[in-house]
Design a binder for this molecule. Structure first.
Ligand code: PRP
Length: 207
């Protein structure tokens, strides 16, 4: 069995559709239930749904041979995995955002609220800007509104959350999309199948 970790949620459904169209289907996954793993014995495939931010851990530790993870997670946690293919879905960007009229006072340490401490730290280190990271787990947009931070580093997809909270993108750090990743040992042991899968999925990637 080749173990495949998919991110639970809308992105995962979309990505599974790509696997299916590429000929790596597993019909039981389409049934409405709360099951977390599904097998197609004939094809030797086992899919499972995991929290999107956990996919890289499953793959890094070999519980999954391959998986689909956002580039944001790969940049933030730098898991020791192979990145095989940009699936060009789940597209968004990692941004610095803040009040529309924000102007940085360089005489002060910049307070940055984020779920992505490593991405934020390396971005500001590259600019030589001193920052104080305020680690949060969600609703990051509240931080500058309540004066907890000056700016945020977060994912922007449609921009609606920022707009509706009177915030704006100040800088784009990096574009993000979903990536096919593989465990390093699995990539050696299951090379022909992983190559076949990667090739099939590559045909399904829309520009
Ligand atoms: C993400 C991100 C923004 C929002 C951006 O949050 O942190 O809040 O989506 O999307 P938009 O540009 O389309 O509005 P998520 O929904 O993952 O929830 P969170 O607050 O728990 O991070």
């Amino acid at each position: 069995m080749l173990n495949i970790a998919l991110p639970k949620g809308r992105l995962g459904e979309k990505v599974y559709g790509m696997f299916e169209r590429a000929g790596f289907e597993c019909p039981s996954i389409r049934e409405e239930n709360r099951k977390l793993y599904f097998e197609n014995e004939a094809l030797g495939l086992r899919y499972f749904w995991v929290k999107p931010s956990d996919v890289a851990i499953y793959v890094e530790r070999g519980a999954a041979d391959i998986g689909v993870a956002g580039k944001d997670i790969l940049l933030e946690y730098a898991p020791d995995v192979y990145e095989l293919l940009d699936l060009n879905v789940g597209k968004c960007r990692m941004c610095v955002a803040g009040p529309k009229d924000f102007s940085d006072d360089l005489s002060k340490t910049l307070r940055v609220a984020t779920k992505f401490s490593n991405i934020a730290s390396s971005y500001y280190a590259s600019l030589g800007r001193d920052i104080d990271i305020i680690p949060l787990n969600g609703s990051i947009e509240l931080a500058p509104i309540l004066g907890l931070s000056d700016v945020i580093v977060d994912i922007v997809e449609t921009g609606a959350t920022l707009r509706e909270n009177d915030l704006a993108v100040l800088e784009t750090i990096v574009p993000i999309s979903a990536r096919l990743i593989a465990n390093r040992a699995s990539f050696v042991f299951h090379r022909p199948r992983i190559d076949e899968l990667t090739g099939g999925l590559a045909q399904e990637v829309k520009p």
